[in-house]
Ligand binder design. Structure first.
Ligand code: GAR
Length: 198
């Protein structure tokens, strides 16, 4: 059983999905939740589940100092799961936690890394959109892919509608991908473990 620290910045619906799934035969256990944003809803979700939750603000300090605080607070965790954590991690942090940090990204990588993925998917006219769980490396949203889930883009979609439908797919994908990774069933650079129509 791997212990997991989850980093969030906001609502925490993916955190909730990870929490809800962790009772299923023990691949991972969330032991700590850290937000860089004070008052993030995800902190309440963590506390409601009886999990240690704290805020480490990033403002007003050099990135290295922020990340050293994160690193210290994560000691004892085997893995780190980014769940709507909206800070780019530096090479120092990624090296310190090399191969042990996962992220969920709201696009079918390698399409649409970065922000505003739903707007950009609609503007590009893609017919399939989706989400990706990948290992975090120094290159933004470009680490080895563990799993993906795809949804169709509908004619009347707006970024908001697409984001909301995709969130359901994210909630299915992330717990499965994290559990597989924690069990060592998602070796780096293997073919994607999951691909789902939802
Ligand atoms: C999710 O859609 C997640 O994929 C995205 O932020 C949202 C967080 O929602 N993450 C990123 O854009 C990371 N670059 P949540 O707080 O409800 O889980």
């Amino acid at each position: 059983m791997k212990s997991v620290g989850v980093l969030i910045s906001g609502r925490g619906s993916n955190l909730q999905a990870l929490l809800d799934a962790q009772d299923a035969p023990g691949a991972y256990r969330i032991v700590r939740v850290i937000s860089n944003v004070e008052g993030a809803l995800g902190l309440e979700r963590a506390r409601a589940a009886g999990i240690d939750a704290l805020t480490i603000p990033h403002q007003g300090k050099p990135r290295e100092a922020f990340e050293r605080e994160l690193d210290a607070a994560l000691q004892g965790c085997d893995l780190v799961a980014l769940a709507g954590f909206m800070r780019v991690l530096s090479p120092w942090f990624v090296t310190a936690w090399s191969g042990r940090v996962l992220n969920i990204h709201p696009s079918l990588l390698p399409s649409f890394p970065g922000r505003d993925t739903h707007e950009r998917a609609l503007a590009a006219g893609v017919k399939l959109h989706g989400c990706t769980v990948h290992v975090v490396t120094e290159a933004l949203d470009a680490g080895p892919i563990i799993g993906q889930a795809a949804i169709p883009v509908l004619r009347d979609d707006t970024p908001e509608l697409l984001a909301a439908r995709l969130l359901d797919a994210e909630h299915l994908l992330y717990p499965r991908a994290l559990a597989a990774f924690a069990k060592g069933e998602a070796a780096l650079l293997e073919k994607p473990l999951l691909s789902a129509w939802t």
